[in-house]
Each structure stands twice: as C-alpha cells, then as structure tokens.
Design a protein around this ligand. Structure first.
Ligand SMILES: Cc1ncc(COP(=O)(O)O)c(C=O)c1O
Length: 416
C-alpha cells in the first residue's frame, strides 16, 4: 500500500515541475531542507526545551534545537526565539495563550482587508475565544489606515494589536504601530509570516525594534520547511516558552526544527538576499504589465512579493454580460487548465463572498526560486491575459497549457 503514496509523491513532483506557481504563500524548499525534514530526527521525542526535557536521549536534539534558536536570533536580531511552533497558526495561538484570557480584546486586520484567519475571524479559534475588533484599509488608498487603528485602540483598549497580513502588498509601518500600541498601553504582535524572507534580507523594515512579539511561518518567502516560530523580547521569553510547551503543544518536531535551522542559515547568505531582491523585481514587473494590459492592481502596485488584481474592474471596463463575467474562482479554475496555479482572493471592500471573490492574488516567491526574472514574469502575465481573452476556446487553452509546460521545462525546480 505504501507504494501508492510514493507514486503520489512522484505525481506531485511532476505537477510541480510542469506548472507555474503563483501562490504567494508557497515556495520550493532546498534539497538540504527536504533532507533534514525527511531525516531520522523524526524518531525522537523531546518534550521540553534544550537541557530541560521530559525524555532521555536528547543530547543530540538539544544541540539541534539550540543551533536553530541561535540561527533564528542571529537572522532576525531577536532577544529570544522559540522554534517549536508547528505552524504559523500555532505560533499565533502561542502568543495569544501567553498573554490573554478568554474574552480579552485584541485588534487584528480583517480577513477581507488582507488579514489572516488567526487574526480574529469568527470561524477561527482566535475569533471564538477572544474579542477581536477588526481594522481595515483606507477606501481611497487601499492601504492601512493608521489613524483608524489609533481610534479603534483608544475606543476598545485592546491588550494586543496584531499587525501583519496574508494579502497586503504594501510596506507595513511597524514604528507607527509601535507608537499606537505604547500610546494605548497595549502589546504589539507582528505576524510576519508572508514577509519573513524580505525582512531577513533587509528589504522590508524589521519589526524587531518595535514589536513585543513576532510570529511567523518558515515556508513562504523564507523558503524553509512547512512550520512556524516566535521571537519576542527577553521579558516575555518564559511566558512564550510555557505557552508553547506545555501550553498548546506536546513534543517538538525535531526533524522540522533541524530544517528550520538550515533555512535560517540559508537566509543569511548573499544568494538569499539576491533572491529576495528578484522576488520584488518580479512582482513589480508583473503588476506593471497587468496595469499596461488594462487590469486594476489593488492599491496601484506592490512593495513586496505579491499583489491583488481586481476582476470586477475588468468586468466593468470590458462591459461583460453577466454570463461572461470574471470572478476569482472563474480565473483560478481557468488558469489551472493551462497549468498556471494561483488563488482566488477577496479584494478590499469586496461585495462577493470568499468562496467566489472578486480578485486573484499573485505572488512571485516560487517562480523566482525557479530562476524566473522580469522577462519571464512578464511572459506569464501575457499567458494569463491570453487565457482570459480566449477562455471559451478549449483548443487555445490546450495549446497554452503545452506552451506553459515547455516554458517550465527550461526551469527545473529540482535538478535530479
Ligand atoms: C499572515 C499569516 N499568518 C499565519 C498563517 C498561518 O500559517 P499556517 O498555515 O502555517 O498555520 C498564514 C498562512 O497563510 C499567514 O498568511
């Protein structure tokens, strides 16, 4: 039976090689990271922390975790790091659990403005346990409205302000958020899951001098294994460690912690910085090409690795009848037929539901890891526009799929 799974892994490898991946939260981990994630470190139970475990035989994994912590602190210049959270969601839960009681008030960016489920959505643990008050964007600029955040903080007196997003293409002003949090006597959590790689490469201002806590994933721009971590000021170290274990998790995934250590190490190289520079260049080039082709890019552009396209605007400009209207779901499914993978996304002030929203989200971390530069990124925009223009012509779409596969062949993800 296990052959079935190995066959599926091969099938997934072929799918990844043959498709252009524009999902902003995905990337391709290096062979070293894959090797560590698939290593015998998965065998070891190590509840606790280095030097203070509830199991024997931890002398080697203690060194692994200590090294991962050191690498994480060095990379982000942090006072304390906990590398045990299994994911970004667990990292956020860990921070909340360390500081809040059920019912406590928190400010978080609304999901439909670009925030994440764990920033207070009602269907998530965050919104059902705590009293989250959502903040959004300015309707004029489609960018964060810091004045609104300040007013909400004065009105609701939150214990924590959560900053960070899953679908926001602009630089976040952590200094301003820090001022708002200190003015209002509350703590600041920056969830840098999406932009951790850009911050590591110093291409987005670091939240470290300003935030009390930083949570993150390791698998998006940071290009590590699928996981999470927390950094915090030294004064919160004990509470954070206790909240993660024994608070919300059991044994750490030592194989993944080893892979995280490698990711933190790789993120300190010159190659990584060059890679992140290219991620941003590719995103800017794509956003510009979409604009030239008549699409509206939310907020008019991007400062980071992603941007959103407003398809409602396209429907209006092209005066499309109801039956031919574009939506996020229609475009996601159409492009999948042509081996281009992205995700539907709400746009700011969307009137449509998240299941069939008015936008698509486009990200460049994965294509840049593959070696695509601006010219390739712009070709992809033309592929997308061609697919949209010819969406009722199956023959055209089949030919485009073959063209995309050929295009991908020139950029193997894993060489052997
Ligand atoms: C800003 C942000 N925080 C947290 C998460 C959750 O990460 P995970 O899927 O690892 O739980 C995500 C995932 O997309 C995210 O975008």
């Amino acid at each position: 039976m296990q052959n079935y799974i190995f066959e599926l892994i091969k099938e997934e490898k072929i799918r990844e090689e043959k498709t252009i991946n524009l999902i902003a939260s995905e990337n391709y981990a290096s062979p070293e990271i894959l090797q560590a994630t698939g290593s015998i470190l998965t065998n070891k139970y190590a509840e606790g922390y280095p030097g203070a475990r509830y199991y024997g035989g931890c002398q080697v994994v203690d060194k692994v975790e200590t090294y991962a912590i050191d690498m994480c602190k060095k990379l982000f210049n942090a006072e304390h790091a906990n590398v045990q959270p299994h994911s970004g969601s667990s990292a956020n839960f860990g921070v909340y659990f360390s500081q809040l009681k059920p019912g406590d008030t928190v400010l978080g960016m609304a999901l439909n403005a670009g925030g994440h489920l764990t920033h207070g959505h009602k269907i998530n643990f965050s919104g059902s346990i705590f009293n989250f008050v959502p903040y959004g964007l300015s309707p004029e600029t489609e960018q964060l409205d810091y004045d609104e955040i300040e007013i909400l903080a004065q009105q609701h007196k939150p214990k924590i302000i959560v900053a960070g997003a899953s679908a926001y293409s602009r630089t976040i002003d952590f200094e301003k958020l820090h001022k708002i949090s200190t003015n209002n006597n509350c703590l600041l959590l920056v969830d840098m899951a999406h932009i951790a790689g850009l911050i590591a490469a110093e291409l987005h201002p670091s939240p470290i001098p300003f935030a009390d806590f930083i949570s993150s994933t390791t698998h998006k721009t940071l290009r590590g294994p699928r996981s999470g971590f927390i950094c915090c000021k030294a004064e919160f170290a004990q509470k954070i460690d206790k909240a993660i274990m024994p608070g919300i998790q059991g044994g750490p995934l030592m194989h993944v912690i080893a892979a995280k250590a490698i990711a933190f190490e790789q993120a300190q190289t010159k190659e990584f910085k060059k890679y992140q520079e290219q991620v941003i260049k590719n995103a800017k080039a794509m956003a510009q090409t979409f604009t030239e082709l008549g699409y509206r890019v939310v907020s008019g552009g991007t400062d980071n690795h992603l941007f959103l396209i407003d398809l409602q605007d396209k429907n209006k400009k092209d005066n499309l009848p109801e039956t031919q209207k574009l939506s996020g779901k229609v475009v996601e499914q159409l492009l999948q037929k042509c081996n281009i993978i992205l995700n539907r996304n709400t746009i700011p002030f969307d009137t449509q539901p998240p299941t069939n929203p008015s936008g698509i989200r486009i990200g460049t971390p994965a294509i840049t890891t593959r070696g695509f530069v601006e010219t390739h990124a712009c070709s992809i925009v033309h592929f997308i526009d061609d697919a949209i223009k010819n969406r009722f012509d199956d023959d055209f779409l089949n030919k485009l799929k073959i063209k995309v596969e050929q295009f991908c062949k020139n950029f193997p993800i894993y060489k052997d």
